[in-house]
Design a protein around this ligand. Structure first.
Ligand SMILES: NC(=O)c1ccc[n+]([C@@H]2O[C@H](COP(=O)([O-])OP(=O)(O)OC[C@H]3O[C@@H](n4cnc5c(N)ncnc54)[C@H](OP(=O)(O)O)[C@@H]3O)[C@@H](O)[C@H]2O)c1
Length: 308
């Protein structure tokens, strides 16, 4: 079988340690569940797998995973039980079947959903007396098991610390973000809020160029210059937000809002949907009306916080 190029940087080096790894179970074998189980196998964890419907996970069994007949049977075989299914309703449907078998084990829910649902799931686990971590996977399945893979966890700190090496088999950038079980989902939503807005801007910029016959590939090198600039601006923007100070000595919101207005006008003139950028402009104008016209771009946050 061909190895995925990302896997060439596998996190695991069994020559370093012969310590037995904790047994794990993975409930849910969609693309992400299969990747998680595969990374546990690569790291030497005895791995039990279960999926609602048949026909998934044969490759994992060929690599040494044991298939369980029920979620409860899978849980009984493991110290750490990972569930990763489509949403929290599905996770609850799976976990209800294993409820009697979960106490004494660490339950890690890597299904994505909202902070509210994460806290509900934590209350359910607490009522059962089960140590619970709520997690969010921030990278696509092929990156699981690599040093670059980012996964957030929140919940019982002692449980996270005990099983951190096990959880790091899934991603080198595994990060514990706090005791409140909703925090992994908060980080997930906030980081993806940034990501999807940026992805929208990326595609929108290409679409705008295309209206004048400029091919995406021709624009791409120049987009990368600004993408690098954006990465460099993350820490400064965070510092301004945390301090609540938006010094406008290098740039100011009035000039930048005028810039956005030009793009909205040009895009709409060419028949493109510019609703997202119009929303940006509305927030900027509101912030200017609140007195931030001479502050830097980050002061748009006041318009975001005051949508009325
Ligand atoms: N794929 C990615 O690259 C990626 C990246 C980041 C985060 N995630 C997150 O990972 C989670 C899983 O995603 P995925 O890509 O693995 O999804 P997927 O490939 O669509 O698989 C969905 C899984 O959920 C199971 N499922 C659905 N409804 C169920 C129910 N009512 N009861 C029991 N099992 C049920 C499916 O079982 P059946 O096989 O029986 O249908 C399958 O195992 C999601 O929360 C997703 O947001 C995925």
């Amino acid at each position: 079988m061909t190895k995925h190029p990302l896997k060439d940087h596998s996190l695991t080096d069994h020559s370093l340690s012969n310590q037995p790894r904790p047994a794990v179970a993975v409930l849910g074998l969609g693309s992400m569940g299969q990747a998680l189980a595969g990374a546990f196998l690569d790291a030497g964890h005895p791995t039990t797998i279960w999926n609602r419907s048949d026909g998934k996970g044969d490759g994992l069994v060929a690599r040494g995973a044991v298939r369980a007949a029920t979620p409860g049977q899978a849980a009984r075989a493991a110290e750490v039980v990972v569930v990763c299914v489509v949403d929290y309703d599905a996770a609850r449907a799976v976990l209800d079947q294993a409820a009697d078998d979960l106490p004494g084990r660490l339950l890690v829910n890597l299904t994505s959903d909202t902070p509210e649902r994460a806290r509900e799931a934590a209350a359910w686990a607490e009522a059962l007396g089960v140590d619970y971590l709520d997690g969010a996977v921030m990278v696509p399945a092929p990156m699981i098991g690599t040093p670059e893979a980012l996964i957030f966890h929140s919940g019982t700190r002692s449980a996270y610390e005990k099983y951190e090496p096990t959880l790091k088999a899934l991603g080198g950038r595994t990060a514990y973000v706090g005791e409140d079980h909703g925090l992994a989902a908060v980080h997930d939503l906030a980081v993806l809020d940034f990501f999807w807005m940026a992805m929208h801007g990326l595609v929108h910029g290409f679409a705008l160029a295309a209206t004048e016959g400029v091919r995406a590939a021709a624009l791409a090198p120049y987009v990368k210059v600004l993408a690098d600039l954006l990465a460099d601006m993350v820490d400064g923007t965070a510092a301004d937000l945390d301090s609540g100070k938006f010094p406008g000595d290098l740039d100011n919101l009035t000039v930048e809002a005028a810039n956005v207005r030009h793009i909205v006008r040009a895009a709409e003139h060419r028949g493109l949907d510019a609703a997202a950028l119009r929303g940006v402009l509305t927030a900027a104008d509101r912030s200017i009306a609140l007195g931030h016209g001479a502050d830097n771009w980050t002061s748009i946050v006041e318009g975001i916080r005051d949508p009325a």
